[in-house]
Design a protein around this ligand. Structure first.
Ligand code: FAD
Length: 396
């Protein structure tokens, strides 16, 4: 007996948990992804190049850049709406979602939360429209999971006598949009501890080199930044960020978007796979009609539905101002881990066809390797949760 198939997220009717405004925004982003991005994404991924500047303007005109921030031309949506936008973008590609995450949750958020009025006025309106692109330089070649060990240094020409200028020296690694950015938020160790700096990328001494030959996030620009005696005015420092909590507050924002985003990649894999197995005939009958296939589809849909419930719950907590860092770690750990498992399992159901760019499975699976690693690796989130559970920090 056959009946009309149901989409995996319809199983739990998670849409009924989303308000009308958020759903309308979500549908707009989904349509943009389907009409504008989906036809191009395999080629961008294949070529390892993506028109970040054009896309930033388009994302800006949709109101997606810094969309959960207030003022300065930002849309001021709910956190849940921002999460849903991330989900739809990542159903296209994790690299496309990364453009929006880095711009809104890392670079813009850093300036919005920790910046001076002058810094906000100068950068945020242009970043919201996509005219100015930002990047966020925290990771270094030798310090990823342990950013507190950073070697980048900020020293100040002492006033009186000196100019009071800041001088930055160091290297930042794996920086999304680093070589296309107009402005970099760079974290460096000053005498008083870790501080953030707003660095226009045309400042003498600043250079960025794109990292090529990636097998993951190929539709995203990743770069190494070199700061060689970059001289900045005293006003370049983010006045409100002191110590490691400054950059960590930005990572918390970006991690939240990933909790939703990873589910987009997983949903796209599952929907593609269900459509495929309903067509593909093996041993004289459709692949969808085998129990082994259905067991896989059922298990994956259960995980996708659970991940969505978790994301919506965390979104609600964030909208109420009650979301704790350990809960974000629960969401980031679970949803990235399950998404990559779903992408890989879906690939098995497409057999050889699953390894090509004709289908999105391997692309999503490879992208999710980065998503599992950046914004805190899976292991780092286990340690955050472990500390919350035991009171013991086991990071070192
Ligand atoms: C595509 C991409 C884009 C990125 N974009 C940015 C960006 O825009 N800005 C930015 O600042 N950074 C960015 N990153 C960097 C990212 O945040 C780091 O890669 C991440 O923090 C991990 O650091 P690492 O790669 O140095 O790995 P490492 O820290 O060297 O970790 C290696 C392994 O050790 C494990 N490990 C670490 N600590 C412990 C511990 N205490 N106990 C047990 N195991 C441990 C890790 O989980 C991992 O498995 C990006 C990375 C990628 C891949």
């Amino acid at each position: 007996m056959t009946s009309a198939p149901m989409s995996p997220l319809a199983l739990l009717d998670t849409d009924s948990l989303i308000g009308d405004d958020d759903r309308a925004m979500r549908d707009t982003v989904r349509k943009f992804v389907d009409d504008r991005l989906r036809p191009e994404i395999a080629a961008w991924y294949d070529e390892g190049s993506v028109p970040v500047r054009d896309l930033a303007l388009e994302f800006g005109s949709l109101g997606l850049l810094g969309m959960h921030l207030e003022g300065y031309g930002c849309a001021g949506t709910s956190a849940t709406a921002y999460g849903l936008a991330c989900l739809e973008l990542e159903a296209g590609d994790s690299g496309l979602r990364s453009i929006v995450s880095v711009q809104g949750s890392l670079a813009m958020y850093a300036i919005h939360r920790h910046g001076s009025d002058e810094q906000k006025d100068e950068w945020l309106p242009r970043m919201a429209t996509g005219e100015a692109i930002g990047c966020f330089g925290l990771t270094e070649p030798d310090f990823g999971s342990d950013p507190g060990g950073m070697r980048a240094r900020a020293r100040q020409d002492p006033a009186p006598g000196g100019t009071g200028d800041w001088v930055l020296t160091g290297n930042k690694m794996w920086i999304t949009n680093g070589s296309v950015a107009d402005v970099a938020v760079v974290w460096a160790r000053a005498e008083e501890g870790i501080r953030g700096f707003v660095v226009p990328t045309d400042t003498p001494g600043f250079s960025a080199t794109e990292i090529k030959r990636k097998m993951s996030l190929r539709a995203s620009v990743t770069a190494e930044l070199a700061l060689d005696e970059v001289r900045l005015p005293t006003t370049a420092m983010l006045p409100e960020a002191r110590g490691l909590s400054g950059p960590l507050s930005c990572l918390t924002e970006a991690r939240f978007g990933i909790i939703f985003g990873a589910l987009g990649a997983a949903r796209d894999c599952l929907e593609t796979t269900i459509a495929y197995v309903r067509e593909r005939e093996i041993f004289g009958k459709r692949l969808a009609a085998y129990q082994l296939t259905q067991a896989k589809l059922a298990d994956m849909s259960v995980e996708l539905g659970k991940g969505m419930l978790l994301a919506l719950h965390l979104g609600r907590l964030k909208d109420e101002g009650r979301l704790e860092a350990a809960a974000i770690s629960v969401g980031k750990l679970n949803n990235t881990r399950e998404a990559i498992a779903i992408a890989r399992e879906c690939r098995t159901l497409l057999g050889a066809a699953g390894i090509t760019l004709e289908y999105p499975l391997m692309r999503h699976a490879n992208n999710l390797e980065s998503v599992l690693t950046y914004e805190g690796t899976a292991e780092v989130h286990q340690l955050v949760i472990g500390q919350a559970l035991t009171g013991e920090a086991a990071f070192r």
